[in-house]
Write a protein that binds this ligand. Structure first.
Ligand SMILES: Cc1cc2nc3c(=O)[nH]c(=O)nc-3n(C[C@H](O)[C@H](O)[C@H](O)COP(=O)(O)OP(=O)(O)OC[C@H]3O[C@@H](n4cnc5c(N)ncnc54)[C@H](O)[C@@H]3O)c2cc1C
Length: 442
């Protein structure tokens, strides 16, 4: 029986542990310094907003771990000693392993701004960050968030539920326009403003200033403006949490470098989830994927390889989803922030300004390449299949009702979308299939 150690009890580490247990009876130890049990990091905001308790965010009951013979250790790993196959824990103990999985996730980016360590200034990643945010925002009136992106907008929503005034500073001209095309970025930007967040575009931070009590008092921008506040959220992205591996002989870049089997350069050591960086990323994929469902896929893949069935990471069609205040966002395939040379797009926006859909397709053969949707939910399975089958935009338009996931009583918009599409493509008009028929025959 081997001893398999997993550092990190997030989605990737825990998925690996569960699959290893399903496939065999090795000794499995999961080590984490953050919490005793696995919880859904994506639900942190709901604890702050009072919609959930911490207990609700745990996908498994506490008895699950003993029942499945998964040992949990609460400690920080401080050092990896690959020659001895040992880990030094913050408790001072050494823990030995035969196989090791590094699943240590991310940490908030800090760019060395003066004042970034002041009391009242923080990022949002861990459970401890959430506790700190609870403390830091008690009885405050004004917050500044630096950095637009998914975590920045979540933090703004959290603060607004407590009536705290929020200035959200973004360097770009539109919200998250490094990822979103300009129409979608502008729609979300307007929605953020409608939720009484002061979205300040093209604004960069110079430093954070302390008051007489030593706590944050203001943010000074590069244009010399001083914004008074009692709290600063730094949400300028995340990066792999791998500092403790420096000097261990592990090949590191921004993350732990891995091959398609999630193997590192060290014998019997693997890395998965947010902290792993592919040496040769798959076409159209980033070398580091910092999303929940890819962490889960990494965990399952690495478990198979460790159990003797070498399995390369094959993630299929890219997908992601998020929520910006009231607007749900889904993306399938590839919708870049600017169209590539061989791409064409069709964009439809509802007059209410909070729903839109974009289809990107190939200029020549009209093959669907990606879809962005805001405020309209689509069926993952259908979109995934269309992209895999390389369906063309005319097929997609015709069969649009098949992809709709909104509950029956929601207003549906396929007719308006297809009418708008036909106006832009008069030479090849599409006749929409009825929802019931297309679902029956799909
Ligand atoms: C506020 C927030 C909202 C998010 N929302 C979404 C979303 O809507 N959709 C989405 O796809 N993704 C979302 N993400 C990202 C998603 O949560 C991550 O991609 C995912 O959690 C990564 O999983 P992981 O298992 O790789 O790492 P993690 O979840 O980070 O788990 C790693 C664990 O390892 C522990 N650890 C690290 N170093 C050590 C050490 N040296 N010793 C011991 N333990 C260690 C950490 O403390 C942590 O518990 C969100 C993230 C945040 C912070």
């Amino acid at each position: 029986m081997r001893k398999i150690a997993i550092i990190g009890n997030g989605i990737s580490g825990i998925t690996a542990a569960r699959h290893l247990r399903k496939l065999g009876d090795d000794e499995i130890v999961v080590i984490s310094g953050e919490t005793d049990h696995f919880f859904a990091r994506t639900a942190l905001m709901y604890i702050y907003m009072g919609h959930m308790t911490y207990e609700h965010t745990k996908p498994y009951e506490d008895w699950f771990w003993t029942k499945n013979n998964l040992q949990l250790r609460r400690a920080w790993v401080q050092e990896l000693k690959p020659e001895e196959k040992q880990l030094l824990l913050s408790t001072g103990e050494y823990l030995s392993y035969d196989q090791l999985i590094i699943a240590t996730g991310s940490k908030s980016n800090m760019f060395g701004w003066p004042g970034q360590d002041l009391p009242g200034v923080q990022g949002l990643y861990s459970y401890q960050d959430l506790e700190l945010m609870e403390e830091n925002t008690r009885n405050i009136q004004k917050a500044v968030i630096v950095g637009g992106g998914l975590i920045g907008v979540e933090m703004a929503e959290m603060l607004r539920t407590r009536n705290i005034a929020v200035d959200l500073l973004i360097r770009e001209q539109e919200f998250w326009d490094v990822v979103l095309p300009k129409e979608e970025a502008s729609l979300i930007g307007r929605h953020i403003v409608e939720h009484h967040v002061n979205l300040r575009k093209g604004t960069e931070i110079e430093k954070i200033v302390a008051g007489d009590n030593g706590r944050v008092k203001a943010v000074l921008t590069k244009s010399g403006e001083s914004i008074e506040c009692q709290y600063v959220g730094l949400t300028v992205g995340v990066s792999p949490n791998i500092n403790f591996l420096k000097g261990s002989g592990m090949e590191l870049d921004r993350g732990v470098l891995v091959d398609p089997y999630l193997r590192t350069n060290l014998t019997d050591v693997y890395a998965i989830g947010d902290c792993a960086q592919f040496r040769n990323p798959l076409p159209n994929r980033r070398p580091i994927e910092q999303v929940w469902y890819t962490g889960r896929m990494h965990g399952e893949t690495v478990a198979r390889t460790i159990m003797g069935k070498d399995t390369a990471y094959k993630p299929g069609i890219w997908f992601n989803s998020a929520k910006f205040f009231d607007i749900e966002y889904q993306t399938y395939g590839h919708v870049w922030n600017t169209l590539k040379e061989n791409e064409q797009q069709f964009y439809w926006e509802h007059p209410d300004g909070i729903k839109c859909i974009k289809f990107v397709y190939h200029k020549e053969d009209h093959q669907l390449l990606g879809v962005n949707t805001f405020g309209i939910r689509l069926r993952h399975q259908v979109l995934d299949q269309w992209l895999q089958d390389k369906r063309d935009i005319f097929y997609v338009m015709k069969n649009l009702p098949e992809a709709n996931f909104d509950p029956e009583f929601y207003t549906r918009h396929e007719k308006e979308i297809v009418t708008c599409f036909n106006q832009q493509h008069p030479s090849n008009p599409v006749i929409l299939k009825s929802g019931i028929f297309s679902r029956l025959f799909s």
